[in-house]
Design a protein around this ligand. Structure first.
Ligand SMILES: C[S@@+](CC[C@H](N)C(=O)[O-])C[C@H]1O[C@@H](n2cnc3c(N)ncnc32)[C@H](O)[C@@H]1O
Length: 249
């Protein structure tokens, strides 16, 4: 099942971090010195805004959902916005120094090779690609698995292991592939987190059955009330940035 981002754009924007997030400092390192940058799946512009503020480069933000892009527009996010859907990248060959994405690879199917090949095409020789995604360890150990039995199954099937992404990058002609993991401080699964689940802040909740979502939410609510506003579970957010250099330099 696919996620209808036009439908969830407003609530997505309300419950996602904006400005700076895990791996953003590493992304800034990749972008240093770039003159033309492409973001794939820019969404409501949370990363776009960070990048637009941290570089003087020309930034092109590609996004298929009109609703998501409208949120970015309402926030006054910078960049040249283009409607488009990966793996098609409607740009001239060799026209970018960096192509990046944040939390988009789970939407390009179980084979990211076509996207990475397209990235290689639009990058100049020696250009770089970088993608922030969610590692399997985080999904498998997520405390929401206590409430939603198919949580890990859904997300492990769409967020590919970083090792598979690395192989796909090399197959697409990239070299110097590396990845770095970052973690946040542990946070209680408490009333504030419950509010985020109530708003379906993860697309996973749109993919599981409505019955599973309602049952899990009720159990989570009960635990929060019984614990005086918190549960015994903690969540430690993790993200991974995988990056590589294009062909010959
Ligand atoms: C989880 S959101 C991430 C948005 C933004 N990058 C962020 O970090 O907040 C996934 C985004 O990818 C977009 N998307 C889905 N399929 C796509 C595709 N094939 N090509 C490009 N973007 C896609 C969605 O419309 C949505 O905006």
């Amino acid at each position: 099942m696919t996620v209808n981002y036009d439908q969830i754009a407003v609530r997505y924007d309300a419950h996602r971090p904006s400005g700076s997030d895990l791996c953003f400092d590493r992304l800034a390192e990749v972008l240093a010195g770039a003159r033309r940058i492409l973001e794939v799946g820019a969404g409501t512009g949370n990363t776009t805004r960070f990048v637009a503020r941290s570089t003087d480069a020309t930034l092109v933000a590609m996004e298929p959902s009109v609703g998501m892009a409208a949120q970015a527009c309402a926030k006054g996010v910078g960049g040249e916005w283009v409607r488009g859907e990966a793996p098609q990248l409607p740009f001239r060959s060799g026209s970018f120094d960096v192509v990046y994405s944040t939390y988009v690879l789970q939407h390009v199917g179980d084979d990211p090779l076509a996207l990475f090949e397209a990235c290689a095409r639009v990058l100049r020789p020696g250009g770089r690609t970088a993608h922030i995604t969610v590692p399997g360890s985080y999904i498998a150990g997520h405390p929401l698995n206590h409430y939603f039995p198919s949580f890990a199954k859904i997300d492990l099937s769409r967020f590919l292991p970083v090792e598979r992404l690395a192989v796909a990058l090399e197959t697409a002609g990239f070299r110097d592939v590396r990845w770095d993991l970052e973690c946040e401080q542990p946070k209680a699964l408490n009333r504030a987190y419950l509010a985020r689940v109530e708003s379906k802040f993860l697309s996973t909740f749109d993919i599981m059955s409505p019955a599973e979502y309602e049952t899990g939410l009720a159990r989570f609510r009960e635990d929060v009330e019984a614990g005086g506003g918190t549960t015994q579970h903690v969540v430690t957010r993790e993200a991974v940035l995988i990056q590589a250099r294009c062909g010959s330099s």
